[in-house]
Design a protein around this ligand. Sequence first.
Ligand code: E4P
Length: 228
Amino acid sequence: MEIFIDTANVKEINKWLEYGIIDGVTTNPSIMFRDGIYDIEKGAKEIAHLIEPRPLSVEVTTNDLNEMLSQARQFAQWANNIVVKIPQITADGVPCYGVMKQLENDGLKVNSTVALSFGQVILAAKAGATYISIFAGRISDEGGNSPEVIRNSVDWLKRWNYKSKIIVASIRSVGDILNAALAGAHVITIPPEFVGKMADHKNTRESVKQFIKDAQKALDMMGNVKKT
Ligand code: E4P
């Protein structure tokens, strides 16, 4: 299973890269805006360079299918490791699977995003998407069972031998991360604060504190023994 980090914050990306636990980065226009990246090209180029050869997902910002195609092609020129995010449907409900198909046929990598149902996952896989992002948090927000959608999708892709990998996105808690991992997610994209929470445990801190205290006591004893 791979872990991506769901942020455009370069400081955070650097930190988790150094820890050696991240395999890629995902963004969307809201994440970029929240993290103070207003020039998408400049921000995307900087992150892509920082994490290469790991993938960076960058989302198109239009409702028009032709514009999606040209934006995606433009994004892909910025760096070799850019994956273009195309939504399942436009804001008006027009399916974007043709755009995904065309881009994948041209050799670009597509992250088919904002998937909220198993049905959408099937269509995105048929369109040839490299990644399909299931929005666990947004499914649960509406009372849906996100682990079930993830499990069904992963099983179905395997049964029919589709290449698409499921990215579980829209993480709202460490519990969401663990549920996604158990449901068989190929990738989980995690906001930095939850990677931190996942690492932390009060009793781990207490245990380490005790070990260091006892090691110090042992050193003191050694000093005393040498003196006598
Ligand atoms: C990442 O690919 C998604 O765009 C992101 O996880 C969405 O998160 P949200 O539902 O918390 O906005």
